[in-house]
Design a protein around this ligand. Structure first.
Ligand code: NAD
Length: 701
């Protein structure tokens, strides 16, 4: 055996134990160890049953990410599983924690499977642009049926053990000790004289259903919900092969489709997205011995859109939170909004009534600052005005206990100025949540110039506790996400002045993969938000800026988006489907005329380059200024907060994949044509000249 796989004998039972911390990933040594252990067990004439268990907190949780991108090393997982399944000695996999990807495929190779009640099983390969390539697409449908297998493989979402029993993936549940449960099951197998029951020989799941119709339906769903994604369609094709081909041929087809996914550019982008998220939690200059402060209670100032969402995020994480408003009336509105938000989840079926009441009990409304004296963290979410922020932070400074984290949710104001309203600027940090704050995963952690290491580490720990993806950013107007999206949205609006319609711009960007077009997005959040920002920027920003005017025209006409029934689009009452707004066309004509622009047809590529490269050029400036620690952090922000398609890896990775020389050439053209705000970022010029990428630069080469 190898160090990570152990074989021992308990009478007629061979007990194989995987011990490869932290998650028993299927690295080469584990594969080799499993192969040898199963072969030795089979060769031993005394052995009548084999038990496979894992040490630590989980069964095999998947492939070893350290092997990603490296040449394959023997034995391959399909080979190992073929030996496990083909063995003449019956085997049982004993699952606890999570059996994911290759882990579940190994379990499917065993002849029987039992799981601890709290276990989960799944095939998440699609999330990394792949498909289960070690028989998962052939074996799972044979047990669970085509419908369930397609759901699991195409979504990548794990199911819990009870559901796995319902769908014949797991034979039995157990509670308590793994080893005892496994040995007891093996004894029963021996007593009952059970033979190997090979999954690959099962047909039950493939019978009694209109598999062709199920496959057609999944195709339609994928085309609608995951446009542009490569691997989900290959997942479907692989499952289809299971319905039509004998196991050996199906496995061969699965390998071919797996290789197609492996070679697709989307695969690289999805792997980048995965690693970028892990990397984002690392702060380069934070000494290793810095410990976060404990966070057991929280407070939120302001019970508006954001304040309530933030309070709910704390309650969802089990942290008691006080919500402070200016008066009782505003407070009751905020608390009602909290209740309504949960009630909507209960109605949708994603939350039980009981859980709702439990969480609401964690939220206490207050109107007096003295109630915040012992909060470990306070997040301010009042109006976006410096004067109001000043009042709030001065009061917090007066009442909060020493060591409390004083955080602001400001989207654009100077955090250093906010910190200066207190006598403890080292305790002040930005926690920039995204709307709706209880749903969106992204959290920009804004590091002020005086924010202490300990406070920064605590802010990251808070993000983790709230199950957010936290990214450290520096202080500037709009931080990373909004500073870049401002450029993107402005270019989108310039396109309207050049001749495009909102439908064309939104359509082109959706085809590119954005979750939503910029104009549908603005209608959703309300055009007045942008108007307030533009008003301030017209004063603050350099005079070389040209401002588009369509949005101002809509605001002047009272069309503020969905909330007024019209904006860039028109909406029927109670319906969010964007329809053409007939009052927009004359405004577009007027906006073009005022600037002496002759309206023309714009093609999709131009629309995409003009908007996405605006993100990239600004991202390059942000990187060079040190506002983001690394280019992949910018990608994480865009993937988690702005609906950027994961299969393109984020704006910076996308630029790298296009080639920075090509991006630069376009940016130069736009600079010459549009104006000085398109001046190429020096970092983009430098890297393009050196033939390097943003990703390489982050590595400091
Ligand atoms: P909002 O207008 O919905 O809510 C603000 C709330 O603060 C109101 O309920 C108001 O009564 C309360 N308030 C005002 N002054 C107060 C005071 N002195 N003490 C206590 N409560 C007070 O605003 P919002 O959209 O929730 O935005 C709040 C903050 O979050 C702003 O800084 C904004 O820039 C930021 N932000 C907003 C979004 C968004 O999408 N709306 C996203 C990220 C960040």
């Amino acid at each position: 055996m190898t160090d990570v796989v152990r074989l021992e004998f308990q009478g007629e039972i061979a007990l194989i134990t995987v011990n490869n911390p932290p998650v028993n990933a299927l690295g080469q040594a584990v594969r080799e160890g499993l192969l040898q252990a199963f072969q030795s067990a089979e060769a031993d004439a005394q052995v009548r049953a084999v038990v496979l268990i894992c040490e630590g907190s989980t069964f095999i949780a998947g492939a070893d990410i350290k092997e990603f991108g490296k040449p394959p090393q023997a034995p391959s997982l399909p080979e190992v599983i073929e030996v496990i399944e083909g063995s003449g000695t019956p085997s049982v996999a004993v699952i606890h924690g999570t059996a994911l990807g290759g882990g579940l495929e190994v379990a499917l190779g065993c002849h029987y499977r039992i799981a601890r009640r709290d276990a989960k099983v799944g095939l998440p390969e699609v999330k990394l642009g792949l498909l289960p390539g070690a028989g998962g697409t052939q074996r799972l449908p044979r047990l669970a049926g085509v419908e369930k297998a397609l759901d699991m493989i195409v979504s990548g979402t794990p199911i819990d053990a009870a559901e796995a029993v319902e769908h014949n993936v797991i034979d039995e549940l157990f509670d308590g000790d793994l080893r005892e449960a496994g040995l007891a099951y093996a004894r029963r197998m021996i007593e009952e004289g059970r033979a190997p029951r090979r999954t690959g020989e099962q047909t039950r799941g493939l019978e009694n259903a209109d598999n062709e119709a199920l496959i057609r339906a999944k195709h339609a769903e994928v085309a609608k919900r995951m446009p542009g994604l490569f691997s989900p369609l290959r997942c479907i094709a692989a499952v289809e092969a299971a319905t039509k081909l004998p196991l050996a041929e199906g496995l061969k087809r699965e390998r071919e489709l797996f290789a197609e996914c492996l070679n697709s550019p989307q695969r690289g982008a999805l792997v980048h997205s995965f690693f970028a998220e892990r990397q984002a939690s690392k702060i380069t200059d934070l000494p290793a011995d810095v410990k976060p402060r404990p966070i057991n209670s929280a407070a939120v100032i302001g019970g508006g859109t954001m304040g309530v969402g933030i309070a709910l995020s704390f309650a969802n994480a089990g942290v008691p939170v006080k919500l402070l408003e200016i008066n009782d009336e505003a407070l009751q509105r905020g608390l009602q909004r909290a209740r309504d938000t949960y009630a909507a989840s209960v109605k949708r079926g994603s939350l039980t009534e009981e859980a709702m009441e439990k969480r609401l009990k964690l939220v206490t409304g207050v109107t007096n600052y003295s109630a915040l004296a012992d909060a470990d963290v306070v997040v301010e979410a009042v109006f976006e005005e410096m004067g109001v922020k000043q009042q709030v932070f001065e009061q917090l400074d007066a009442v909060c206990k020493p060591g409390a984290i004083l955080a602001s949710n400001t989207s654009s104001l100077d955090l250093n100025a906010i910190a200066a309203f207190t006598k403890r600027p080292e305790d002040v940090v930005g926690l920039h949540f995204f709307s709706p704050a209880n749903v969106m995963r992204l959290l920009e952690v804004v590091r002020g110039e005086k924010t202490s290491h300990e406070v920064l580490a605590t802010a990251m720990a808070i993000g983790k506790k709230l199950k957010k993806v936290s990214v450290v950013v520096g202080v500037c107007d709009g931080f990373v996400g909004n500073r870049m999206v401002f450029q993107y949205g402005r270019e989108a609006e310039f396109l309207l002045e050049e001749g495009a319609t909102p439908q064309q711009v939104d359509g082109a960007l959706r085809n590119f993969g954005m979750a939503m077009g910029p104009f549908a997005m603005r209608d959703l959040s309300g055009l007045d938000i942008g108007q307030a920002i533009r008003k301030r920027q017209r004063v603050d920003l350099p005079a070389d800026r040209d401002f588009p005017t369509v949005s101002d025209k809509l605001c002047a006409a009272g069309m503020l988006g969905q909330k007024t029934g019209a904006g860039y689009y028109r909406y029927e009452p109670g319906n969010r489907t964007p329809l053409e707004n007939p009052e927009l066309a004359p405004m577009l004509d007027a906006a073009s005329r005022e600037k002496g622009i002759e309206r023309r047809e714009l093609d999709e590529q131009y629309i995409v380059e003009r908007t996405i490269f605006a993100l990239v050029n600004e991202g390059a400036k942000i990187l060079e200024e040190g506002i983001a620690q690394r280019s992949s952090d910018i990608d994480v922000i865009y993937l988690n907060g702005y609906g950027f398609p994961a299969f393109r890896g984020g704006p910076m990775y996308y630029a790298d994949s296009v080639g920075l020389d090509k991006v630069l050439a376009r940016v130069r053209e736009l600079h010459a044509r549009c104006g000085d705000w398109w001046k190429p970022a020096p970092l983009l010029e430098k890297l393009a000249a050196e033939g390097r990428t943003f990703t390489e630069w982050q590595a400091g080469q």
